[in-house]
Design a protein around this ligand. Structure first.
Ligand code: FAD
Length: 610
């Protein structure tokens, strides 16, 4: 009886039907039979098994590349369908790392089912009757959520589901208009200051690779809840199973439309093209916001809006909002972040490095094995040669970040005098290029040594690098580039610059001029070491693009552990990446979800957190 989880079932690439098949193949049944010590694999009914995780493992030290599965076995179903398995099943013992009894608490549902019991999201046209279940007040508390990135969307969803009167304010545009604005940027070099790769519906991750991997762990129940909620809004079921799930921009856009529609059905007022310019503060209490349309016109009729709670989910690029917080003495502290360059290689080269002869199976995302990615990290010693008189060796982490297989390099500037880049892809990951950030950590101590002071020192440093990159590119969003070999040799790439996926043009420049020396040296050393792990990484076809600065927020808007309110101001709830509590789509969504429950609890709408 019960459900058993069977892990680490390896099926060779040749026997497996391929990356898109998520069912139970004959080859997988053979592996299951081995773990169960059941002699005849073909007698095992596939219906009794459910694939819960499938990853591709092509690490070099193993004999052959394989798909690695985790499978849940319904013992009752198995015994009903094939009674001859009884003597094997009844005597099953947990085996470390391979076989365990699954407890119910490891299974979680989507957010709506979780809040309202196990009802299907489609049945939830009217949630009015459920609201009273949680509510201890008669008047609906009013909450404004600032920012419609993953954290703001999930905070809004929770709050609307438990019965708050939610207004979601977003400075950027809805995905339809945002798509046109991004098109105008990529084709006609017209940067809309408020509707671009960072600002707009869905936040910074909409025109992205949509990677849903997170360091908080795939089996964390909050992560599962977020993923299941994304499935409710149209993400494919495979994200629940795939070891490295990703959506791609083409899947994110319709998903966000469904999310928006559902929020509106719940009664959420969504105001695109509306920016929060100021907080309404009484004593140490935030009681509302001051808004303008994103062109800076203050709307006379609704200039100041009062709310019972303000959820601040503004992301890492809301530099004006950070400045505004300081003007109210909101507690803001510096946080470590990272800066560097975006490296791009031909995807075929990365496939060859990672898969050798198997690379023919990739077929630009349509083949049996996934388009190859990589992840590298290294600690390297450096010195502050340029600013400190005492030269102490200091260790810096240097690592690859936000790798986009089959993707393209995109412009993430929010100001025409600044230039920074990132990467995106579509669901098939079928472009000819592979890009990733290669970044070096920047600590508070680094910033002091570089003469950047105050809570927004990190923002000033980011901005200085971005302005330099813009100048080195010569303007018009042209990106300064250098081949990785020339970067290691500290010389300009004059003869031949390999093609780049970046659409607004590239210009040869010596990227050493961009950074303080210790960052350049850390990048040089780490890249040379990465080449040992990924032979061919340092090649003339590897092109470095400047500059990658917005990897995460350089600040933390500190909050209390118990109420999630700002440590300085009641009624203000800083969440997500911009507040320094998340890094990536899923962790931001998880943070927004938890914040939603916390706010609901403070407002008497919900009586326990998840
Ligand atoms: P954001 O998503 O940044 O959302 C903040 C929102 O607030 C924005 O829409 C902004 O317009 C709005 N806003 C800001 N200030 C105001 C204001 N004053 N008034 C009103 N609205 C305001 N992460 C991954 O996990 N996987 C990936 O593949 C991935 N790829 C990425 C690719 C790109 C090109 C970029 C830029 C980022 C990528 N990221 C990725 C990072 C990911 O997008 C962020 O970690 C995530 O979006 C953070 O969510 P958030 O809700 O905290 O903030």
């Amino acid at each position: 009886e019960g459900v058993w989880r069977i892990s680490k079932l390896g099926v060779s690439v040749h026997e497996d039907p391929g990356k898109d098949f998520l069912g139970v193949s004959e080859a997988l049944l053979k592996e299951i039979a081995k773990v169960l010590e059941f002699p005849v694999a073909s007698m095992l009914p596939p219906e009794a098994f459910n694939v819960v995780r499938k990853s591709f493992d092509a690490r070099k030290f193993q004999k052959e590349a394989k798909f690695v599965y985790t499978v849940d076995m319904d013992a009752h179903k198995l015994l009903t369908l094939e009674p001859r398995t009884e003597e094997f099943i009844t005597e099953l013992e947990p085996k470390h790392g391979h076989l365990e009894i699954l407890h119910n608490d490891t299974i979680s549902g989507d957010l709506t089912s979780m809040i309202h019991g196990n009802r299907n999201i489609d049945e939830d046209a009217s949630l009015g009757e459920d609201v009273n279940k949680f509510s201890t007040t008669t008047k609906k508390p009013k909450v404004v959520v600032v920012g419609s990135g993953p954290s703001g969307l999930f905070a809004s969803l929770v709050l609307a589901e438990v019965g708050a009167d939610v207004t979601l304010v977003e400075r950027g545009q809805a995905v339809e208009q945002r798509g046109r604005d991004i098109g105008a940027l990529v084709v006609r070099r017209m940067l809309q200051l408020e509707s671009n790769f960072c600002f707009g519906e869905g936040g910074a991750g909409t025109w992205s690779d949509g990677k849903l991997v997170t360091r908080i762990g795939r089996n964390n129940s909050s992560v599962l809840t977020v993923l299941k909620t994304l499935v409710q809004f149209g993400a494919p079921n495979s994200i629940l199973v795939d070891g490295k799930p990703h959506l791609g921009t083409d899947r994110l856009i319709p998903l966000l439309r469904n999310f928006r529609q559902y929020l509106q059905e719940l009664g959420v007022t969504i105001r695109f093209g509306t920016r929060v310019d100021d907080l309404l503060v009484k004593g140490e209490h935030v009681v509302g916001v001051k808004i303008s349309d994103s062109k800076g016109n203050i709307e006379s009729s609704c200039q100041k809006l009062e709310y019972d709670a303000v959820v601040l989910a503004v992301g890492h690029s809301a530099r004006d909002t950070y400045q505004m917080l300081l003007s109210h003495n909101v507690d803001v502290s510096r946080k470590d972040f990272a800066v560097g360059l975006r490296i791009e290689h031909p995807q075929e080269l990365i496939n060859n490095i990672q898969y050798s002869e198997l690379s023919s199976e990739v077929q630009r995302g349509r083949g049996k094995v996934p388009v190859a990615d990589y992840q590298v990290a290294q600690y390297v010693n450096g010195k502050y040669k340029d600013t400190l008189s005492n030269l102490e060796p200091i260790s810096h982490g240097c690592y690859s970040f936000c790798m986009c297989p089959g993707g393209q390099v995109v412009l993430t500037s929010t100001d025409p005098t600044e230039l920074c880049v990132n990467g995106m892809s579509f669901s098939k990951r079928s472009s000819r290029w592979a890009n990733a950030a290669i970044v070096v950590t920047v600590s508070s101590k680094d910033l002091e040594a570089l003469n950047f002071h105050g809570p927004l020192a990190g923002v000033q440093f980011q901005r200085a690098l971005e302005q330099k990159a813009a100048m080195m590119g010569g303007g018009n969003f042209v990106v300064p580039v250098q081949t990785v070999t020339d970067f290691l040799d500290n010389k300009l790439s004059v003869t031949s610059i390999p093609p780049s996926s970046y659409r607004l043009g590239v210009k040869a420049a010596n990227l050493h001029e961009l950074f303080p020396i210790h960052i350049t040296e850390a990048l040089q050393r780490a890249i040379s070491i990465f080449d040992k792990e990924l032979p061919g990484f340092v090649s003339e076809s590897g092109l470095l693009h400047g500059v990658e600065t917005r990897t995460s927020s350089p600040i933390q808007i500190t909050r209390r552990n118990d109420t999630w309110e700002s440590t300085s101001h009641k009624g203000l709830y800083p969440v997500g990446e911009g507040a320094g509590y998340a890094g990536g789509i899923v962790s931001a969504a998880v943070d927004g979800m938890h914040a939603g429950f916390s706010v609901a609890q403070q407002l008497g709408l919900y009586d326990s957190t998840i």
